[in-house]
Design a protein around this ligand. Structure first.
Ligand SMILES: [Cu+2]
Length: 295
């Protein structure tokens, strides 16, 4: 073995040891919360029954991509060190290597096939759409959200109620824990996207299209929600909070909405919160227009 090759190997080994040391030191200094998030590869803690199917797909995809990445980087590094030369001679060329070319062609299809299979499995879980225990009509409007609860059959409420946000006041979505909820998504203006990161799911909210999905939140807590579609000037204002609570707290919240007079169905204003629109004289606190009474 030549001296230069030995030196290259020593340098490579030292670099690998140093990298492992840095990684271990970083991990050791992390809180339990950060360590948990690292183990989930950046995902928040799952808050629905369906979320783990997506979480497993996410982690599996990273393991597959990471393994391929490590193999490719390793081969590149190995080739660079192994065939390092102080002379600028053309290395031996290896054209028309049939087994190699078949491998290049087949391997990507195998990778895609495996990812496709596991994606379908996760999709089946997510799109099962079982009969919901409750339905919330979600309206994404410029520049906030309206949540309509079909709650005529909730004891002590007896009517549909809604909560509507504005640019300045983010609305709150209440959901009872361990109940299956169906979100019907609609928009009176532009494309938005309804996203609760802890549910691991999001779906586009498109004018003229009835999108929907079903989840079963199974962890009480307060979660952030946002619009995941760059929908315009005040896109940033389309934040909301999700409170997953006990059934009693859920019913109590709906009663509060009745007490505030927020009964009926709100489908977003014709010219909602028109701040920033050309020629506007709008009020950033303008609430959504309410249509009719109970359905
Ligand atoms: Cu939006």
């Amino acid at each position: 073995m030549g001296v230069s090759r030995q030196r290259a190997r020593r340098v490579g080994l030292r670099a690998a040891v140093a990298l492992c040391g840095v990684a271990l030191t970083l991990l050791a200094g992390c809180s339990a919360e950060t360590t948990g998030q690292l183990k989930r590869l950046g995902l928040p803690v799952a808050a629905t029954e369906q979320a783990p199917a997506i979480g497993n797909l996410w982690i599996g995809t990273w393991i597959a991509a990471g393994s391929i990445g490590i193999a490719v980087w390793g081969l590149i590094g190995w080739a660079a060190l192994r065939y390092k030369s102080d002379h600028n001679e053309m290395p031996r060329q290896n054209r028309y290597n049939l087994p190699m070319e078949i491998f290049y062609t087949v391997a990507p299809f195998v990778v895609i096939g495996v990812l496709f299979y596991y994606t379908i499995l996760a999709q089946d879980v997510v799109q099962k759409n079982p009969d919901p225990d409750l339905t919330v009509d979600v309206v994404g409007q410029k520049w906030s959200w309206t949540f309509n609860y079909e709650s005529a059959d909730v004891p002590g409420v007896g009517t549909d109620v809604y909560e509507s946000g504005t640019i300045n006041v983010a609305p709150t979505l209440y959901l009872p824990v361990n109940k299956t909820v169906r979100f019907n998504l609609s928009s009176p203006d532009v494309n938005h996207s309804f996203w609760v990161p802890s549910f691991y799911e999001k779906m586009d909210v498109i004018p003229g299209r009835d999108n929907h999905f079903t989840v079963t939140p199974n962890r009480e807590g307060v979660y952030a929600g946002k619009c995941a579609e760059l929908c315009g000037t005040y896109h940033f204002a389309m934040r909301f909070e999700v409170h997953v609570v006990s059934e009693q707290e859920y019913a109590a919240h709906l009663k509060t909405l009745v007490d505030r007079g927020q009964t009926g169905t709100a489908k977003g204003a014709a010219i909602p919160n028109p701040v920033g629109e050309p020629g506007n004289t709008g009020n950033p606190d303008a609430p959504a227009v309410v249509q009719g009474g109970t359905r």
